[in-house]
Design a protein around this ligand. Sequence first.
Ligand code: IMP
Length: 184
Amino acid sequence: MPERPYFIEQLITAKEIAARIETLAKEIETEFYNSEKLVVVGLLRGSFIFISDLVRELDLCTEVDFIETSSYGNNTTSSREVRILKDLRGEIEGRDVLVVEDIVDTGYTLSHVIKLLESRRPRKMRTIALLDKPSRRAVKINSDWIGFEIPDNFVVGYGIDFAQENRNLPYIGKIRFADNGENN
Ligand code: IMP
């Protein structure tokens, strides 16, 4: 492995994630108990491991679809433009939908995706995020289910990247840069 100017401190273990997903899956099953079929929509790329573990815990008839966004910061207005890079393959009108996000940070991504998908008139739509950083929120939005609330740290692992690396870590870790030992 090449040398990196940071190290990763484990924040949430693989075991803790698995246990939390079991609990969340039961709650989701209760919420969608009368669903004919649940369309589980993963936000690429950060949610790919979370969604795969979550759907395997769901005792429901499911379909899996993906949407990919990119966002561009605008420092002068502190607003952000969220673009759709890859849209859903399937229709969601009149259907039950669960949107799966890795982290809700400022909230721009989730709020944009919810608005877009709501405009397609699903029967019922709920959201789940593995991680939530409420202190960073810039738009008023909350996910219906949250795996873990975390402080304002830059995290990686379990699908989540830093410069496209570290998605393969089985746990959630916090990036600590070698120069000052902190990431913020
Ligand atoms: P938001 O639009 O600011 O809520 O950002 C959500 C997206 O930013 C997430 O789906 C992640 O892809 C990315 N993100 C936010 N915080 C982190 C982090 O700590 N590590 C890696 N990616 C992050």
